[in-house]
Design a protein around this ligand. Structure first.
Ligand code: PAF
Length: 282
């Protein structure tokens, strides 16, 4: 696997592959890779001849009081893991390479509507930062296909809208959420969990299943959401949201609507966890 640090070097490599008629798959990450990320690389491989991954902890998607400084950075084990998965190239850019004019006065990206709800409401500016860095990465890598996990469902939708509207010639491929044996969705932030918090964290997935099952019994969505929030609070979470929405993330209007999604974001101590579960209304 080639480790590439500059856009010029990346362009050279990608155009060489393109010249040979190869299709390029892309897996953007913030590093601290786990089995969930490696599954994205494997999925990218199924859709392409060469796989490029990137590791960049993007400062513009973190709020002022968020975990940018302490976000786990483990480049050595990440490089070894990607090489083991036969990733072909790793883009490891510096902040200056990504933002040559700095992160403040630079070109912004905003996807309206979908970024105003759920995580967008609780993490102002977060999705602008995600859209901004993903647009830059797409321009740099120029992939044919890019893989994003369903665990960050709202992020996936923001990127889908952005790619469509900006006519990026990239196929966006959603990847299923990988879970630990007890249902906890894999996430780099799970390692922040201290002591009993790791066990308590499984309650998020249990509550998502509860929301799905209550909906299958025909209970009203507002009642299910209130009950879910109460259960999470009783278990020790500080809840940002526990909601049921249509899969386009707008509110479900009719009780028999198909393609629904239960979504939770909640804090346990210093750790903010998100997860979601897709289901049919019945
Ligand atoms: O999901 C992530 O790891 C990040 O939000 C992404 C897509 C790599 C952009 O920084």
């Amino acid at each position: 696997m080639k480790t590439i640090r500059t856009i010029a070097e990346l362009r050279r490599q990608v155009s060489e592959w393109r010249g040979q008629g190869m299709r390029i798959g892309f897996v953007p990450t913030m590093g601290n890779l786990h089995a969930g990320h490696f599954a994205l690389v494997e999925l990218a491989r199924q859709h392409s001849d060469r796989v490029v991954a990137s590791i960049f902890v993007n400062p513009t998607q973190f709020g002022p009081n968020e975990d940018y400084a302490r976000y786990p950075r483990t480049p050595d084990s990440d490089i070894a893991g990607l090489a083991d998965k036969n990733c072909d190239a790793l883009l490891l850019p510096s902040v200056d390479e990504m933002y040559p004019f700095g992160t403040v006065g630079c070109v912004q990206m905003h996807v309206p509507g979908i970024t105003d709800v759920l995580d967008g409401a609780h993490r102002p500016g977060h999705f602008n930062g995600v859209a901004q860095v993903v647009a830059r990465l797409f321009n740099m890598v120029q992939p044919d296909a890019a893989v994003f996990g369903r665990k960050d469902y709202q992020q996936l939708q923001v990127i889908r809208y952005m790619a469509t509207e900006m006519s990026f010639p990239v196929q966006i491929i959603p990847a299923p959420t990988l879970r630990e044996f007890d249902g906890l969705a894999m996430s780099s932030r799970n390692q922040y969990l201290q002591g009993d918090e790791r066990q308590t964290a499984t309650f998020i997935y249990q509550t998502l299943c509860f929301m799905r099952d209550q909906r299958a019994l025909g209970l009203p969505i507002a009642m299910i959401e209130a009950e879910a929030e109460q259960r999470l609070t009783m278990a020790g979470f500080s809840v940002d949201y526990a909601e049921i929405r249509r899969s386009d993330l707008l509110r479900a209007k009719s009780p028999d609507e198909r393609g629904l999604l239960a979504l939770i974001a909640a804090r346990l101590g210093r750790t903010r966890l998100i997860d979601n579960l897709e289901f049919d209304a019945g």
